[in-house]
Design a protein around this ligand. Sequence first.
Ligand SMILES: Cc1ncc(COP(=O)(O)O)c(C=O)c1O
Length: 393
Amino acid sequence: MAGRDAETLALERGTPLYVYDLARIEEQARGLQRAFERAGTALRLRLALKAQRDPAVLAFVRGLGPPGSPESVGLDVCSPGEVRHAIANGWEPGEISYTGTNVSERDLDEILAHGVHVNVDLVSQLERFGRRARGREVGLRLNPRRGAASGAGRGHLYSGGDRPSKFGILEEQLDEALEVARAHRLTIDTVHFHVGDGFLNDGLPAFEEAVERIAAMARRLAVAGCPIREVNAGGGLGVPQGPGQAPLDLDAYAGILVRHLAGLDATIACEPGDFLVKECGVLLARVVSVEERGGVTFVGLDAGYNVAPEHFIYGAPLEVVLCRAADAPPERPVTVAGNINEGDDLFAEDLPFPEAREGDVVAMIGVGSYNQSMHLDHCLRPPARVVAFADRS
Ligand SMILES: Cc1ncc(COP(=O)(O)O)c(C=O)c1O
């Protein structure tokens, strides 16, 4: 990891241990920014804070560019706690974009006091926002009824499949939204959409359809007099997680957005979580037991699903590697079990694995997003330790 020996790090610092290779975040951020430059525009890039909020990681992301500069990375937040965390870690309110759901009066009072820009995702939320913040600028999260994913994916959770999703104002609700905005003298200045989850190149045609529909909805708002200054394409960009998967073609991604949105004269923004931080993180754990029972070999770890919930909550793929013999041929299938007192605390089942021994160190690869930030207090097992490297030794 970051040029260091993973086993040594685990033994020196203790496990479970997240190790972050921060340079990977910079590579991903610059890759996206450069792709938009090649497509003829400057991207406003933000990190989805819910994916990764470790202070050491945030200090590095903050250092990628001074506030408001083209190299800087702002933050997408979705709760009052995230607004506070963003500001405490050095972001200015103008660099923070709030896109949350089911925002209460209490939430709004706190968010508005900080002066961050808010995108609302329901007409009734716009009404609530208007009552609380007459005359302010606001964004609309729109739902184009088209989701993007790779393979089966989870894009439909954001923009709906057979049934509507819980997010976003639908095309037929635009007039109603405009009326509510007028009644409260709100200025609709942003169009937001988040329609994907982990999409790679095979998800781009569906993403393009979503962008086309969003562009049409944004034009309707513009014609109705809304000064749309930003179109925020959300996150959902994937990274390869399986054999044979190619990285997302960033020129194709940027090209789709620029082609369909150019006429609006708005800044294009996006706010990935996975794409920016997933690949930077590895979780190291020690093997505490190896035992065969009933024909199954259990490899038990000193880490459980509480420290790395993504695989368990979202069903995300998880690669587990034996650090001592990372490239050794598998010896037998094993079940990799955690230290939470629940039967489904299993990191892998029937995983072809080299011979494992007590005291070995295993690494879970590509866990930089939606893991440390989703720690659970289950069984009062503490959060994993963290070490982050900005250089590759
Ligand atoms: C509004 C919004 N923006 C950005 C993201 C980040 O998504 P991802 O990590 O898939 O890029 C999410 C994730 O759910 C989201 O809901």
